[in-house]
Design a protein around this ligand. Structure first.
Ligand SMILES: [Zn+2]
Length: 310
């Protein structure tokens, strides 16, 4: 069984302006590295469909979905700010629909055993998107749309989202905080953007905050001590990864010091959990990662582990 690689040309057209770190080259830095390493030839390449309204409405309010999808640029008003960091433009609605649709397709392919697991190389990212608000470069919460699809369509009772982006996945927490079927494991620099308070009321929100300057050892210790026992206890039937690579040493978006080997290691740990409890069912979705060289190397190493060749 293979690993699906899901992307779409429309994801490249979304553009938040010159010099914005969430740029289209992020996707090509990953794909170029997959070509250079020869991995792309062995991936099951799929074009992302658009998520439909029903799939989006599981995790977003109808009026917010309309705000994103009904945006039409006017003469002299090509952009609109939905949040101080997050610009919408003419190509954003389709890119956002394809990014969310990629994760729905990934869930379908994995649940129907057409592939072993999947990686979605998509943008805009999703984990800061709240139920009714765009935030932090995110419009629709792609991973949440996929999780909700897996829960509703396939009747799963326990799904885990593991988010190793350097920023806390506050949108995913907002969406699933009251859903007893979803565990959210998150590691993130703290205190740091988005400055959300640590959730202490929900035992399914598993936080591994990292201090500025945290290195490989601190990261692996936090995952080993905090995430892995919680995941083993929860026995998830499927795993989703919010795969942000902005905790990397070379990424100027953060002050943590992870390396490619740490992404390989954490992916191996999560594959082991998936193999043990979830018949290997795992879907990984790109979130952040802004140092293009480090992003390409880290994401392709992560994908190599998913393929079983690392
Ligand atoms: Zn991030």
């Amino acid at each position: 069984m293979t690993t699906a690689y899901i992307t779409h040309p429309a994801c490249v057209l979304h553009d938040m302006g010159a010099g914005h770190p969430e740029c289209s080259e992020r996707l090509s830095s990953i794909e170029d590295r997959l070509i250079a390493t020869g991995l792309l030839d062995f991936l099951n390449y799929q074009e992302a469909p658009k998520a439909n309204h029903r799939q989006l409405e599981r995790v977003h309010d109808a009026h917010y979905i309309k705000t994103v999808l009904n945006f039409t640029p006017r003469e002299g008003q090509e952009y609109r700010y939905l949040d101080p960091d997050t610009l919408i433009m003419e190509h954003t609605p389709e890119a956002a629909l394809r990014a969310a649709g990629a994760v729905v397709l990934a869930a379908e392919l994995v649940m129907s055993q057409k592939v072993k697991n999947a990686f979605c190389n998509v943008r805009p990212p999703g984990h800061h998107a709240l139920r009714n608000q765009a935030m932090g470069f995110c419009f629709f919460n792609n991973v949440a749309v996929g999780v909700a699809h897996a829960l509703d369509k396939f009747g799963l009772k326990r799904v885990a989202v593991c988010d190793f982006d350097v920023h806390h996945g506050n949108g995913t927490e907002d969406i699933f905080d009251k859903d007893a079927r979803v565990m959210l494991c998150s590691s993130f620099q703290y205190p740091f953007y988005p400055y959300s308070p640590l959730n202490t009321h929900n035992p399914l929100i598993i936080n591994a905050p990292l201090k500025a300057g945290a290195d490989s050892e601190a990261f692996r210790q936090a995952i080993s001590d905090v995430w892995l026992p919680a995941l083993r206890n929860f026995e998830p039937q499927m795993l989703f990864i919010s795969a942000g690579f902005d905790a990397h040493l070379e990424d100027e978006m953060s002050h943590t010091k992870l390396r490619e080997a740490d992404y390989v290691w954490v992916t191996e740990q999560l594959m082991e959990i998936a193999n043990c409890f979830a018949q290997g069912r795992l879907v990984s979705v790109l979130e952040g990662g802004y140092a293009l060289g480090a992003l390409g190397r880290s994401a392709s190493a992560h994908i190599g582990v998913l393929m079983g060749v690392q």
